[in-house]
Design a protein around this ligand. Structure first.
Ligand SMILES: Nc1ncnc2c1ncn2[C@@H]1O[C@H](COP(=O)(O)OP(=O)(O)OP(=O)(O)O)[C@@H](O)[C@H]1O
Length: 327
């Protein structure tokens, strides 16, 4: 959570297309814009395949953007010189979804955490080992774990190693790419709590990616809902839960279980038919049209832009008034 208004990272009309053979183009990210303030968590939510990971990977430079800009601490990342780029790769890190696949099974915990320290020449010899012990303790593990291999740990512990690896090079910004979805429900809250504690102690800024809204509610200050390569709604977390305007957000929210069984039983669930369509040659107009109950001609012709419906609450839907009975 943040009281700071300074923007750390801004993404402007970001596009990432992949050539997928036979002259076809897959538009994984197709014009995404947002900013994240220092110390803030922006949740990025949407069904599998809507482009969330591609956004995360492109903004930290694992993929080269097809178009658009990433501005970090006021500087356009595409225009950084060699030294500035190295500095950026240290400041912007990623925690991956699968703690089983993302750790090299042949490396000890010390080697895994030490890799980034060595690349960036941050600590050497005794200081390096001391730093690794400190990092293990910071993420709730202990120095006895340093000489072990990934297979000796549970899923939750492996994710803690992934967090320590990201923290090793003292980042300011971390893309958390579904960091809890591969974990048991009982472990998920522990990892979220750890990420929150680290954020408040170290002043970190997060882009927190998840595929359903129940996971991001607690941790996010604001939430962006993504569908087929584009953001359809963006608002403060509590505002989005109280007043979802886009029919897609409404459907996602209706699927979030409510702890009270009486309220849960009365809740109207909006069933989304089908899956996210292929991002190869999407239809012109609104990307949500194939699954929307409110489609009219304009939705098939023009792509809706994000508009501010209430203060800091943005929605991209031509039919937003009809959907919400707004006169
Ligand atoms: N390297 C790649 N080459 C070609 N297509 C890709 C590549 N990476 C992702 N895609 C495609 O881009 C689209 C968006 O994928 P992405 O992984 O970003 O979605 P996601 O929302 O993160 O999904 P998930 O929750 O399943 O990780 C998908 O259609 C995917 O198949």
């Amino acid at each position: 959570m943040t009281n700071n208004n300074k923007v750390l990272i801004e993404v402007r009309d970001l596009k990432k297309y992949f050539a997928v053979g036979r002259g076809l183009t897959l538009k994984a990210v197709d014009g995404v814009s947002f900013f994240i303030r220092e110390g803030e968590t922006l949740g990025l939510v949407g069904e599998s395949g809507c482009g969330k990971s591609t956004v995360g990977r492109t903004i930290i430079g694992l993929y080269q953007a097809t178009d658009g800009e990433v501005i970090f601490e006021g500087m356009n990342v595409a225009q950084l010189d060699k030294n500035e780029r190295k500095n950026f790769t240290r400041k912007a890190q990623m925690i991956f979804q699968d703690p089983y696949a993302s750790l090299n099974p042949r490396m000890t915990v010390t080697d895994i955490i030490g890799e980034g320290i060595d690349i960036h020449g941050l600590y050497h010899g005794h200081e390096r080992q001391k730093r690794i012990y400190e990092l293990l303790e910071l993420v709730g593990l202990s120095r006895e774990h340093a000489s072990r291999f990934p297979h000796e740990f549970s899923g939750g512990q492996r994710q803690r190693i992934g967090v320590a690896r990201a923290l090793a090079i003292e980042p300011e910004f971390i893309v958390c790419d579904e960091p809890i979805s591969a974990l048991d429900v009982s472990i998920q809250a522990q990892v979220v709590n750890l990420l929150e504690d680290l954020q408040s102690n170290l002043g970190l800024t997060y882009l927190f990616i998840a595929h359903d809204l129940s996971m991001v509610k607690h941790i996010s200050d604001r939430i962006a809902v993504m569908y087929l390569g584009a953001i359809v709604e963006l608002a403060e977390s509590h505002e989005l839960y109280e007043r979802p305007y886009h029919p897609y957000t409404q459907a996602l929210l209706s699927a979030v279980p409510i702890p009270d069984p009486e309220i849960e039983a009365k809740k109207k669930r909006i069933i989304l038919e089908g899956e996210v369509p292929s991002p190869v040659n999407p239809l012109p107009g609104c990307k949500f049209q194939e699954r929307c109950r409110f489609v009219e001609d304009i939705c098939k012709k023009e792509a809706p832009q994000l508009k501010e419906l209430r203060p800091d609450h943005f929605v991209a839907c031509h039919m937003v008034n009809k959907v919400n009975n707004i006169k």
